[in-house]
Design a binder for this molecule. Sequence first.
Ligand code: GLU
Length: 457
Amino acid sequence: MTQQAHYNPGLVAPVVRFAPSPTGRIHIGNARTALLNYFFARKHGGAFILRFDDTDAERSTEEFALGIEVDLEWLGVAPDQKFRQSERFALYDAAARRLKEAGRLYPCYETPEELERKRRLQIARGAPPVYDRAALALTDAERAGFEAAGRKPHWRFRLEPEVVRWDDLIRGDSHIDCASLSDPVLVREDGSYLYTLPSVVDDIDAGVTHIIRGEDHVTNTAVQVQLFRALGAQAATHFAHHNLLVGADGQGLSKRTGALSIAGLRETGVESLAVAAMATLTGSSLAVQPVHSLPELAGLFDLSAISRTSARFDDSELHALSQRVLHGLSYDAVRDRLEAHDIVGFRAEPFWLAARGNLTRFSDIADWWSVIENDIVVTALPSDFRAAAIAALPQEPWDETTWSAWTQAVKETTGLKGKALFHPLRLALTGRESGPELAKLLPLIGRARTLARLSPP
Ligand code: GLU
């Protein structure tokens, strides 16, 4: 069986989905999957669905689901549609019935211990530990016997012993021999569903055209391709399996540990665009680079640029990238965030442009604004220097040339130059040893405040 996957952008608008289980907050590797799907949809004029795979009622929580929505929103990923699997059991039940009727879903009564024993024996014999399908040979009387003894069945999907092929949009020609796989369990003893069946039912129902996900799902693809067929899916679904992000220590990421979670990264004050750029570009042939908007990153995105080896995510690189992103953000890109710090009015834009290059994190901006706004008292200024600086202070209006005109005049009266001239002025005006260009800050501070800062305490 061949699953063709040559994507023809002219044909039909793609539908993609990001399908996290709300069993923890998403980490940067999950964000990679979300962003690749989102960019794919945006690039080809398609739809991006957020689907919560929450059939595992014990481990899924409402809080995690809401948290994941917050994380995506922070990244700038806006779903066109969202739904939860826990609201759709009727569909899964109907699909399970259909499979049972077609003889593709069969009841098994082995206990986990019995399965483990079989597995050990197979390994000891040097045979692959594949489920032996003993349950397929059970007679009605034997099944009734198990039921009478209080055993409940779990249900396995009978795989066709064939090689499933697909043209993976990232990995290229791919194939898996289903004869080497165990028939997967789709329904547990207690009637609950494992991930596989609901996922395929929803992908069919939502008209998902492209499944873009981590390569830990490659084996699932063979099973799912057979399920798509068994459930009568009309259109072929395309697959793309991207490499997985690993931490700086080479270890895989897990939602359960919370390592490199989006929420945690956000708390460190890192820019969301830097996180998105790292998540998207790491492990690809494209350089990790600062971007200034999500559409700009979407424009760089290319599934075919993703490499086949795992992608190492380096925390320290993220912080350096975040600063580079921050230093290049336009005023429009941060206007709302500045407003949240009460940085508004006609000075807000020139202030941002003056101060952004000094920021390690965005929140540092509040400090620089207070340098402009609040009283600063520096006592260490020698009185003759103070007097000379005040005497030379130009009248307003001030602009970015005022600083050099003023300091030139102070230089002439005091004979000071270089650091001896500039350092005390910077200290008097800002209370800091270093910071944004004074030529830009001075007109923002204004003459009245400058005079106050130069006057004796
Ligand atoms: N809930 C699955 C996961 O988080 C979805 C996998 C898929 O995209 O099919 O791994």
